[in-house]
Design a protein around this ligand. Structure first.
Ligand code: FE2
Length: 399
């Protein structure tokens, strides 16, 4: 199994070797309030803050951590901050999938030579305790990738030993919150970012697949076409790009022709027709525990058609037995009670469940996933899932 902790490359000779998902930055309208939403409903600890009290004059940032996941919630403090315009256009959502690298300047230079458009030239934030170098490139739509290299007390901590960790960057301060104590007593078990899915415009999927191959030096991992992912009404196409060490997988979706509106098209229409991040999949070792705890906390998950569990065990266990694997070991009744989706391939099975949108616009959502050998993305669930999604789209008047 590839994990963020074991995927570290052994040499620093490749400038685009990724060490970790450094953080995922959201632009939000009110980071102070959003921090409490992600802390209370998803079990993230509010660990560090940069705001007016720490000398940050143009934005407030909240660092939320759980396992090896770092979410950075940024809100603009002035109308001239670039986030202010983006929030007007897109609502709350993901701006940046940032990667830790050995040397951010070299990574950025290599990406630019490979054809990337720069979003921000390298700059180093430094004090007597250490330094952080950041440099960013543009990817699809409004999204960027920031390369981050760290030294001194700004190194990323070993999340297994010290999840709250070192200072994130100069200008941040550690904070405590009663919600963190609550989360420690009632863990949700989310460990790291398994994959990050982007929605792009119709006809643009292959363009971005090539972009990840050429610029980021990723490789194609899997692909699905509209025969795999379609219902009677709507469809999409998807290809999965993976970094060299499989630290991160970035599926890219485009809408496909159907009788009714694709969920990708709905996303684009509520995202000023700009491509962007559709969902982050967060990995857990214990899907049943995580989903039960998240439900208890009030996370709104997609619900499935009742018929899903009538056929799922035959479908999944048949694939597993044919490939010499044990059937799904978790209690089948509990899986059904928790509304969890199951899929299998030749390597094993996975359990997954998707939240409803995390904000009022039908844009970004989370997936909670655990893998038992399977390295795929739940292809067998797409049809059941899309029928559930279409029901939600219809409720929103967007089908
Ligand atoms: Fe996914």
């Amino acid at each position: 199994m590839t994990t963020a902790a074991t995927a570290m490359p052994s040499t620093a000779t490749d400038p685009l070797a990724l060490i970790d998902v450094d953080h995922v930055r959201f632009y939000v309208g009110n980071a102070k309030q959003a921090a409490y939403f992600y802390a209370h409903t998803f079990g993230f600890n509010i660990t560090q803050v940069a705001d007016l009290t720490t000398g940050s004059r143009d934005e407030a940032d909240y660092l939320l951590t759980q396992g090896n996941i770092r979410l950075l919630l940024t809100t603009p403090l002035t109308k001239d901050h670039p986030a202010a315009e983006e929030i007007k256009l897109y609502g709350d959502g993901v701006k940046d999938i940032a990667f830790t690298v050995f040397d951010a300047e070299k990574a950025w230079e290599r990406a630019v030579v490979n054809g990337a458009q720069s979003a921000q030239e390298p700059r180093t934030l430094k004090d007597d305790k250490g330094s952080v170098t950041v440099a960013s490139i543009k990817t699809y739509g409004r999204a960027i990738h920031t390369f981050v290299s760290r030294a001194g007390i700004y190194a990323l901590p070993d999340f297994k030993k010290d999840p709250t960790g070192n200072l994130f960057m100069p200008v941040f301060k550690h904070v405590t919150s009663p919600v963190n104590d609550y989360n420690r007593a009632n863990p949700c078990g989310l460990k790291y970012v398994d994959h990050c899915v982007g929605n792009v415009e119709e006809g643009k999927m292959n363009h971005w697949v090539e972009w990840y191959e050429n610029v980021m030096e990723f490789k194609m991992f899997k692909h699905f076409d509209d025969k795999d992912i379609s219902t009677e009404y709507s469809a999409l196409m998807s290809k999965v790009m993976a970094s060299g060490n499989h630290l991160i997988k970035m599926p890219i979706n485009e809408p496909a022709e159907g009788k009714k509106k694709s969920q990708i098209q709905e996303y684009l229409e509520w995202h000023d027709m700009a491509p962007g991040v559709q969902h982050l999949a967060l990995r857990t070792d214990d899907e049943l525990h995580s989903v039960a705890e998240l439900r208890r906390r009030g996370v709104d998950f997609l619900s499935l058609p009742d018929t899903y569990y009538d056929i799922v065990w035959d479908r999944v266990n048949k694939v597993l037995v044919e490939n010499g694997h044990e059937p799904v070991k978790e209690d089948h009744e509990r899986i059904k009670d928790l509304g969890i989706l199951v899929d299998a391939d030749d390597e094993g099975y996975l359990l997954q469940l998707f939240t409803k949108p995390l904000q009022d616009r039908p844009t970004l959502f989370f997936e909670i996933i655990s893998r038992h050998g399977s390295q795929s993305f739940g292809k067998g669930n797409f049809k059941a899932l899309f029928e559930a999604l279409e029901l939600e789209q219809e409720r929103r008047g967007n089908l």
